[in-house]
Ligand binder design. Sequence first.
Ligand SMILES: C[S@@+](CC[C@H](N)C(=O)[O-])C[C@H]1O[C@@H](n2cnc3c(N)ncnc32)[C@H](O)[C@@H]1O
Length: 203
Amino acid sequence: MAGNPRTFADVQRTVLSCHKESTAEDKMSFYDSWSELYEQDVMFLDYRAPLLVAESLAAVLHEDRDKALVLDVACGTGLVAVQLQRLGFRNLHGVDGSEGMLELARSKSVYQTLQKCMLHTESLPASSGGFVCMTTRTSTSNQLYKKQLQAVIEKMEQKGLWERVGVQEIEHWEKSTSVHEDEQDSKYISGIIYIYRKSRCQD
Ligand SMILES: C[S@@+](CC[C@H](N)C(=O)[O-])C[C@H]1O[C@@H](n2cnc3c(N)ncnc32)[C@H](O)[C@@H]1O
């Protein structure tokens, strides 16, 4: 017999517990422990980011999708790659800071390579050319990650290593799990999709 079915309240508690984690290590331990239930839980949140990211990239690349190298930053369990594969992308590479999430991504066999990498403190893999997909929630609880991500992007742009392909703000990113995140009385929190293109080989 399966255990009690998961409820929105369970998901809410889980997501809120993530907001309490202070250090990067704590955050990664949280994602390690959430990995098995992550995909089930985000369905409760009406989480459409993976589909939207894949569609954003597909909108700018009509040909040779199977050859285009795509780096999926903070790839989690691989939901973005599943959507990209559906749209014809095959040369997919992922990085994430959580070994638990990476293990789930590995089990999908949709990435050519997967690497553990902490954004902001470690360098992203230096493969030549290709696209970089990144997303962030823009709710108050996720400001640190948003800032870290934007700092990485700014640095890569300033060095001339990445050029912007598209940045898209999404109002209905996922259902809010907290009254504090309930921006402007909406029941959804917002997010951003960043699509960049690597200008040349990185050191
Ligand atoms: C909300 S999940 C999104 C995963 C995937 N992109 C998706 O749409 O399903 C956030 C992911 O970011 C990773 N992450 C959070 N902070 C990170 C950091 N500083 N460096 C690397 N990965 C990080 C987590 O391990 C987790 O897998």
